[in-house]
Design a protein around this ligand. Sequence first.
Ligand code: IPE
Ligand code: MG
Length: 226
Amino acid sequence: MDGNGRWAQKQGHERLFGHNAGAESVRACCEYAVEKKIEYLSLFAFSEENWNRPEEEIAGLMKLMFQSVLGERESFMKNHIKFRVIGDREKLSAELVESIVSVEEETAGNDGMNLIVMLSYSGKWDILRAARHYSEEVLKAYMEGSTPPMLDNDLFSSYLSTCDIPDPDLMIRTGGEQRISNYMLWQCAYTEFYYTDVLWPDFRKNEFDLALKSFNNRERRYGNIK
Ligand code: IPE
Ligand code: MG
């Protein structure tokens, strides 16, 4: 979700004004995804690299996150949304983690759309975590005198934070950037990319629909021939 800051500055406002407007886009896109019966919607809300931003902006974003998580719980229940946050929770405040856990627990039984917010996340963090996990398994196996499990695609994927989530079919990148910015590096191996210059606060139903239409016209060959 890119372009909040530029959107605000274009109108002579502080960057946080744009982040607040961006939260409205999140709401609109969630509603539309539910309407379109999309099963998994993941939102890259805050990257590991975003921790390098000025303290004031980080504080504003975290406050907005806290308010949104609690503020949306009713609408999650109404829309049968299962809410989940993925990322390095050690860097988040205890208060924010508490609010996340309570809404995750409350919505855990919902059978509608899976809404996954990637917060304090990076693809490299995810891969490193998985690699560490595997090396621990190997060490444990050697200590027990058993053979360590053979590392293959499926086993490695099972160590990732997204282990129970299918790989993304479509990645939408707003704000004119054409890079992956440390998102789901492993998981995006065969993801279709959609780029738009539209800034995130302007990305609403119509824009989402354009992205879905573009996706529906793609021919996916997964390296094979047709
Ligand atoms: C929002 O857009 C993405 C977040 C990290 C919250 P930006 O804050 O990157 O906005 P621009 O790119 O400066 O316009
Ligand atoms: Mg940006």
